[in-house]
Write a new protein. Structure first.
Length: 198
């Protein structure tokens, strides 16, 4: 993967991140990392070029999870990504966003008769990370929601032995099972977390 960086020139105009004509898969983490490497060099252009990205996120959430990273390209400072000079389809995975939402486009070029296609796939790690957080004992957010839904919106009630059972929305599992004593007080509660394993 070759990513190069260019200061304003007659060729590209503005500050640009140039994608090569061969690579078809990029991640925003890689592009951001390559820019940081370039910005730390002694290249004269790197010394006076404005910052290419603002980044938020990436914080540790515990349990091996991290908050999603969002990469804001500084289009307000003249940066853009130059499409490759090739008839290829390029996929960029990551949360790439324009710093100025009504400013210049993220992508420009290429020169010549090439018609590359650029796809940007936003990552959904935010939802995954939140649902996997442990909120009570060993229960994750996703599991806790499933229990709440079963107890408040699923089929359920006591059987002949005064064991309360509450079903999941698909009516496939007794998501919550709670035996009661003669006074109707729960003596224990168990959960069937099938399909919701952490």
């Amino acid at each position: 993967m070759a990513i190069t960086f260019d200061a304003p020139s007659a060729t590209h105009g503005g500050f640009c991140i140039v994608l090569d004509s061969v690579t078809t898969e990029y991640t925003m983490a890689d592009i951001y990392s390559r820019w940081k490497d370039w910005a730390r060099t002694s290249n004269p252009d790197a010394l006076w070029a404005p910052q290419a990205f603002d980044i938020v996120g990436g914080d540790d959430l515990g349990g091996g999870k991290k908050a999603p990273a969002f990469y804001f390209l500084r289009n307000d400072l003249g940066w853009h990504i130059e499409r490759p000079e090739a008839d290829i389809e390029v996929n960029i995975t990551g949360n790439l966003i324009k710093r100025d939402p009504i400013g210049p486009n993220l992508f420009a070029g290429p020169d010549g008769a090439f018609t590359p296609v650029i796809n940007v796939t936003l990552t959904n790690v935010a939802t995954d990370n939140i649902l996997a957080l442990v909120v009570d004992g060993t229960l994750t957010v996703q599991q806790a929601f499933a229990i709440i839904v079963a107890a408040t919106a699923g089929k359920g009630g006591p059987d002949v032995s005064d064991v309360y059972r509450y079903r999941d929305p698909t009516d496939a599992y007794d998501r919550v099972t709670a035996p009661t004593d003669a006074d109707g007080v729960r003596t224990s509660v168990t959960y069937d977390l099938t399909g919701l394993e952490a």
